[in-house]
Design a protein around this ligand. Structure first.
Ligand code: MLT
Length: 305
């Protein structure tokens, strides 16, 4: 037996004084919402781990992490968004507590996983927020499934494909990981992820991010680096985006710099661009205070539409 939780606005005529109506339904395709953190769901043979918090019936926002992190990179945002939104942060396949599966990784496969997850959770439409690789996934998702998304938040990301130099660099990185392991890779990555000021004032956050990177497995690092080399550009499709878009970028982002964010802003009509001070590539972690102000304001404006 499955239980469906139905928000009150859809059943006002039935039960105006009860906030939520809980119905027991004898149907195979009806699922009960599991609230909490590190929930596991198996979708098309792949077990995905996700956090699902916030009120039932509230607008849904889905958060997609960057490479090589996991859903916990959104903890500061989960805290503020869950007041008014149903917030879902999930581990991309191979990362955190999600299975890697057997298919070759690609941005297209990650998008299929996202849509499969939305279908399994019965989410018809959501706001989508992705950082860096999460942004690559979000841009590909909105290009291919425009009806499934009501707004887009692109954080420290880019619409271009890898240049031959970038591809070469990722191949060298795979070789180094194979030879020396994950820790030297984590140490090298940290140097590029943060604003200079953070190495003086934010050692604690740097240590947390290093731990996050160290949790990624070697097969996942290899498979994802390969997937990133083959990703297609999405710049040509930016003018087709018709939903509200917020672009956030750290002023010291060396990986997907403000110039890339400005280019996307120019090509997405009506988009809003905010440059986050004292932040590099992980602006949501490094300056979560400023990041969250812009995020909350944008999400509230979308919810009111
Ligand atoms: C990320 O943060 O997701 C990565 O920096 C993306 C990339 O390497 O292109």
């Amino acid at each position: 037996m499955n239980v469906a939780i139905i928000p009150d606005n859809s059943v006002k005529h039935l039960c105006s004084k009860v906030p939520y109506l809980v119905l027991s339904i004898f149907m195979n395709n009806t699922t009960m919402r599991n609230k909490g953190t590190n929930i596991k769901i198996t979708v098309k043979n792949l077990t995905i781990s996700y956090n699902d918090e916030g009120p039932n019936g509230a607008p849904v926002i889905i958060l997609i992490h960057g490479f090589p992190f996991n859903k916990s990179m959104w903890n500061d945002q989960m805290e503020v968004l869950t007041e008014k939104c149903r917030v879902i942060a999930y581990d991309v396949r191979g990362f955190g507590n999600s299975e890697a599966g057997t298919d070759d990784f690609s941005i297209e496969l990650f998008v299929t996983d996202l849509i499969n997850l939305m279908d399994a959770l019965k989410i018809e439409k959501a706001m989508l927020c992705g950082l860096s690789m999460g942004g690559y996934i979000a841009l590909n998702a909105i290009e291919n499934y425009p009806k499934r998304f009501s707004a887009l938040i692109l954080c420290d990301t880019n619409c271009v494909a890898d240049t031959p130099e970038a591809i070469e660099k990722r191949i060298v990185t795979i070789e180094k990981i194979d030879k020396y392991g994950v820790e030297p890779f984590a140490n090298e990555s940290i140097k590029n992820l943060f604003a200079p000021i953070s190495f003086v004032t934010n050692q604690e956050k740097i240590a947390i991010v290093k731990e996050l990177i160290m949790k990624a497995s070697m097969p996942t690092l290899r498979a994802t680096l390969r997937a990133l080399t083959t990703r297609k550009e999405t710049c040509n499709k930016l003018p087709d985006i018709k939903v509200p878009v917020l672009i956030l970028v750290g002023e010291d982002d060396k990986i997907t710099p403000p110039v890339a964010a400005r280019q996307m802003h120019k090509n997405i009509k009506g988009s809003i661009l905010k440059v986050i001070e004292n932040a590099g590539h992980l602006s949501n972690i490094e300056n979560s205070y400023e990041f969250n102000i812009h995020l909350e304001k944008f999400v509230s404006s979308v919810r009111l539409k």
